[in-house]
Design a protein. Structure first.
Length: 131
């Protein structure tokens, strides 16, 4: 089961709250239209109000991962503007994004488990063979 648009878990709400916050911060600073993010931020804040069933350190760790993801994705996009791109830098950044997304999923899962809202794995991967 993945995030239900009709019944998001606490991890889903916190995850989206981080994304919207970054869009407000960066989009607003660049003069972009962010009114739809303001509305969503207010809705998310209302939905999260009183939901203190999660340790603050997990929520802060999720926000930190989102900040790192934002920077890594900006870096990856910046390579498109270069005439001479180092493919190793591109690959390293892409793998960094993959690693950060896994950490994001792990934190969302931990938040949902702690809040009693864990629905099960979103993606099922075959067992990895240890190296």
């Amino acid at each position: 089961p993945s995030m239900s648009l009709l019944r998001p878990t606490l991890g889903d709400l916190l995850d989206r709250h981080c994304i919207v916050s970054l869009n407000l911060l960066h989009g607003g600073a660049k003069g972009r239209m962010v009114s739809h993010f303001i509305d969503e931020f207010e809705d998310l804040s209302k939905a999260l109000w009183g939901k203190d069933r999660v340790k603050e350190d997990l929520a802060q760790a999720l926000a930190n991962v989102h900040r790192q993801l934002w920077r890594a994705q900006d870096k990856l996009e910046s390579f498109e503007k270069l005439d001479d791109v180092n493919v190793y830098d591109v690959a390293y950044t892409a793998f960094e994004i993959r690693k950060l997304n896994r950490e994001r999923a792990r934190l969302k899962k931990a938040i949902d488990k702690e809040s009693g809202e864990f629905l099960g794995e979103e993606k099922i991967y075959p067992k990895r063979v240890p190296e």
